[in-house]
Design a protein around this ligand. Structure first.
Ligand code: 2HA
Ligand code: ZN
Length: 270
């Protein structure tokens, strides 16, 4: 077996968490990441039959039975991941009933997966239905997106359109828009279901007064989605209270969509 600490999926996870921490998106134990690992990716590093312990998840995810995930640990700090990946991260196989994690590596101090596992696994299920290349779910607490949920309408069409108008790249990076949930108790099955429902239509879901979820085929894609939405939210928070002299128009957004062949969320530019 190869040394798992050299596995690209592990080093990239640590690098992503570090970048998120440095950007201020993951204070203390904030945020969580889950990465769906294909069998051939994992095989050189771990024996899927060697289970260290089994941790019930408290909910059913039958569509993901037998699949393997790399997931951040509950209560762990993103800033510490590069120094001790084995304590702060875990790799598990979801059992055949899809309701328990069979730990294969990590959580070495007796820990467990993130408290937000329901939102992660339910989002993975929703995204895989619409995108077979889907692999990653990211959650974090970026300042400007959070701030925006206090001063902007939470209607997701309005929220999306505002972000699109804040910089030209926004509609290009997330033409599928941003889902928005009202404030809900985090870590629950309910918020997991509501997040997954949003993820059917867009790869971004904002949790009002809490943070954001992103999904993608890679860590870079999910990270880039949040980075771009947070950029838009930052511009908004800088200018929302100032008189505007000019702005990007709907007609200009439609021109961008036509030029780059974007599949813009239906009804959002009409
Ligand atoms: O894991 O961000 O939403 C800490 C959180 C909970
Ligand atoms: Zn959170």
């Amino acid at each position: 077996m190869k040394d798992i600490l050299t596995a690209p999926f592990l080093t990239e996870m640590a690098r992503t968490a570090t970048n998120m921490y440095r950007l201020g998106w993951d204070e203390r134990n904030a945020g969580n990441i889950s990465l769906l690992l294909d069998e051939e990716t994992l095989a050189p590093y771990l024996d899927r039959g060697h289970v260290l312990r089994e941790i019930p998840t408290g909910f059913q995810a039958p569509a993901l039975a037998g699949r393997c995930f790399l997931v951040t640990g509950t209560g762990k700090y993103f800033k510490n991941i590069p120094d001790d990946p084995e304590a702060n991260l875990g790799i598990f196989r979801l059992n055949d009933d899809g309701d328990a994690a069979q730990l294969l590596w990590g959580y070495s101090d007796g820990g467990s997966f993130t408290s937000e596992l329901p939102a992660h696994l339910m989002s993975h299920m929703a995204r895989l239905q619409v995108d077979p290349a889907h692999r990653v779910v990211l959650h974090c607490h970026p300042d400007n997106l959070l701030a925006m949920t206090f001063v902007h309408d939470l209607d997701e069409r309005a929220f999306t359109r505002t972000l699109w108008r804040m910089c030209t790249e926004c509609v290009m990076v997330f033409p599928d828009g941003v889902g928005v949930l009202p404030w809900m108790v985090c870590g629950t099955r309910e918020i997991g279901l509501a997040t997954a429902e949003k993820m059917r239509l867009s790869r971004l879901a904002v949790w009002a007064h809490h943070g954001i979820y992103a999904a993608g085929a890679s860590l870079d894609e999910a990270f880039g989605l949040i980075e771009t939405a947070e950029k838009g939210a930052g511009i908004y928070m800088k200018i929302a209270h100032l008189p505007w002299k000019q702005a990007i128009t709907d007609q200009q957004l439609r021109q961008v969509a036509a030029r780059f062949g974007l599949k813009v969320r239906p009804g959002y530019l009409d």
